[in-house]
Design a protein around this ligand. Structure first.
Ligand SMILES: NC(=O)C1=CN([C@@H]2O[C@H](COP(=O)(O)OP(=O)(O)OC[C@H]3O[C@@H](n4cnc5c(N)ncnc54)[C@H](O)[C@@H]3O)[C@@H](O)[C@H]2O)C=CC1
Ligand SMILES: O=C(O)[C@@H]1CCC=N1
Length: 283
């Protein structure tokens, strides 16, 4: 893989970089990166991963095959505005910004270039991201192949219609956080039931890995797998009754729906802000 330029150097950029370098897909120095102003953060990434830190947009983008936009949605307009003069049709722009529509990116860029919206998750750092990709009208098969290759080195890839990306964001983009939330609860409970932290941590992690592998390797549904753990009149049944009394499954469904809605709201807000900014510029 050729030169990859990252605009934004936060959690998601680091997770992707870490995954790419661990898997040896690209030489660390081929990864070029910049952020808004945090030099300490850039120095940390340079020291830990050997990536090339760029202080000028020209150096960042010159000869880049892929440009990854990894800034917060609210910063997309400023970030793309700052680089657009140096973006060419030979580059593939991949945006991981939640909610930000391809149309918004096209309107800021005013160039007919391939754009792929990606929704990975932070498990990219260990090569286990669940990523969904949506393409724009200028994306060729080779561009999609390149993006697929990039994200397959850090996990699995699904190709979806752009409209589905809000749902993907609520489900798997934010998904790791729901699992970590569950683990926080398991850790808190282990104190209450008298297990030491280290032992509990080991048991919890192995339980999660085992359950994930069962889901992945078995033909059984989650409901059947759950039933197999639940002996009549036993411990699991007693525990699940408490979850049901608290409406935990409904709460999780609402949580994912709300996250997907938030992705939609963020996208709409950015597209409205963009329309206003462009109207002002052209006035
Ligand atoms: N953190 C996550 O789990 C996931 C995040 N995303 C998306 O990835 C994007 C980045 O998220 P995080 O890495 O969590 O955010 P973050 O806040 O950790 O990092 C954002 C980075 O962008 C930089 N930045 C801001 N304005 C800039 C500009 N004008 N030019 C250059 N750099 C600029 C900041 O300095 C910072 O390095 C967001 O749009 C988010 O929706 C997508 C999937 C998962
Ligand atoms: O919380 C967020 O907005 C980002 C998008 C998906 C995961 N983190």
């Amino acid at each position: 893989m050729g030169k990859i330029a990252f605009i934004g150097a936060g959690s998601m950029a680091e997770a992707i970089i870490s995954g790419l370098i661990t898997r040896g897909v690209t030489k660390p120095e081929e990864i070029h990166i910049t952020n808004r102003s945090d030099e300490k953060r850039l120095a940390y990434l340079q020291n830990n991963y050997g990536v090339t830190v760029c202080s000028s947009i020209e150096t960042l983008l010159e000869g880049a095959e892929i440009v990854v936009l990894a800034v917060k949605p609210k910063d997309v307009l400023a970030a793309v505005d700052a680089v657009k003069a140096h973006v060419t049709e030979h580059m593939l722009l991949i945006s991981v910004a939640a909610g930000v529509q391809i149309l918004s990116l096209e309107e800021i860029l005013t160039k007919k270039i391939p754009i792929i919206r990606a929704m990975p998750n932070t498990s990219a750092a260990v090569g286990k991201s669940a990523t969904a990709l949506a393409i724009n009208q200028y994306t060729q098969q080779d561009d999609l192949k390149l993006a697929r290759q990039l994200f397959e080195t850090i996990g699995s890839v699904a190709i979806v219609a752009e409209e589905q990306l809000d749902a993907v964001t609520g489900l798997s983009g934010s998904g790791p956080a729901y699992i970590y939330y569950l683990v926080e609860a398991m850790e808190k409970s282990s104190e209450k039931i008298g297990l030491d932290g280290e032992t509990a941590k080991q048991l919890i992690i192995q339980t999660l890995i085992g359950a994930a592998e069962m889901l992945s390797n078995s033909d059984k549904t989650p409901a059947v797998l759950r039933k197999e753990v639940t002996s009549p009149g036993g411990t699991t049944e007693a525990g699940i009754k408490v979850l049901e009394a608290h409406g935990v499954q409904e709460a999780l469904i609402s949580c994912i729906q709300e996250a997907a809605e938030q992705s939609k709201r963020m996208g709409l807000q950015i597209s409205q802000e963009l329309t206003e900014t462009l109207l002002h510029r052209n006035a």
